[in-house]
Design a protein around this ligand. Structure first.
Ligand SMILES: Nc1ncnc2c1ncn2[C@@H]1O[C@H](COP(=O)(O)OP(=O)(O)OP(=O)(O)O)[C@@H](O)[C@H]1O
Length: 255
């Protein structure tokens, strides 16, 4: 049965999508079957694999509204071993449209139950808010990986996310665990970045990945070519860091 991992942080622009794309790409290169689910209405995870929204007939929006089964929304083998459930802008309306639906927090969990055994990893890219989409992802997931940007308010952001995870654990999904925290956009030339890493490390008992993702322009450029970093520049520092992260995730053993 596939392990379900959600990439979440309610702060915007911290590297969730970049992490979801490149982690998925490296896990697939390591010969594990991956399903990447784009839960963000911005659709950037889909775009990162050159999926054109106009060419897609079913998306995670149709699945959430009960208008398609998840099997019908999967675009299989966009790369070897890697499939995607794309998103589209309509997803932004799901919150309101689902407000009266019974058991609305567990729609995704029920759908994933149908296909979970076909994948080794199911990775979900979340929007930057605690909305119905993030809640559905967390209700379905085994664990959360938190990308944390090396900036001044990182610790506050982390505290908020941990509160959210605790709430979901208590009320909806007691299996949910924080698998690890990955620092992103690290610039070792600044004192702030080093201080943030030290500060967060000292103030959390959660696992912090040693492979810190550097600020690397190649990571920022890759999506505009519709490629993950594995293809765009596998020798870049960003690629090497994401490859290490993928190895760590594959070797993770739940305690
Ligand atoms: N390590 C990095 N080095 C350089 N640029 C990066 C890095 N990681 C992400 N970026 C860039 O920073 C911006 C925000 O990253 P990304 O979209 O992954 O964040 P996000 O948390 O998914 O954002 P949102 O909350 O809007 O969904 C993007 O332009 C991305 O290309």
């Amino acid at each position: 049965m596939g392990r379900i991992i959600v990439i979440a942080n309610q702060k915007g622009g911290v590297g969730k999508t970049t992490t979801a794309i490149n982690l998925s790409a490296y896990i697939a290169i390591k010969k594990k079957r991956v399903l990447l689910i784009d839960m963000d209405p911005q659709g950037n995870a889909s775009g990162g694999f050159d999926i054109d929204p106009s060419s897609v007939t079913k998306t995670v929006y149709d699945v959430m509204l009960g208008e398609a089964s998840i099997e019908n929304a999967i675009i299989s083998n966009v790369r070897p071993k890697l499939s995607i459930v794309p998103s589209d802008v309509n997803l932004a309306a799901a919150e309101i449209q689902l407000s009266d639906v019974a058991d609305k927090n567990h729609i995704l969990k029920k759908e994933l139950g149908k296909i979970r055994d076909k994948y080794d990893y199911i990775i979900m890219d979340c929007p930057p808010s605690l909305n119905i989409l993030t809640i559905n992802a967390m209700c379905a997931a085994d664990s959360v990986i938190v990308p944390l940007q090396c900036e001044y308010y990182a610790l506050e952001g982390l505290a908020q996310l941990m509160q959210t995870v605790s709430l979901i654990q208590e009320r909806e999904n007691d299996r949910l665990k924080i698998e690890g925290i990955v620092f992103t956009m690290y610039d070792g030339r600044t004192n702030l970045a080093t201080q943030v890493v030290e500060n967060v490390t000292q103030n959390t008992d959660k696992k912090i990945y040693k492979c810190i993702i550097p600020r690397n322009v190649r990571l920022a450029e890759a999506p505009s070519y519709g490629m993950p970093i594995t293809e765009y520049d596998p020798k870049s520092s960003g690629a090497k860091a994401y490859e290490k992260l993928a190895s760590k995730v594959i070797h993770y053993r739940r305690t």
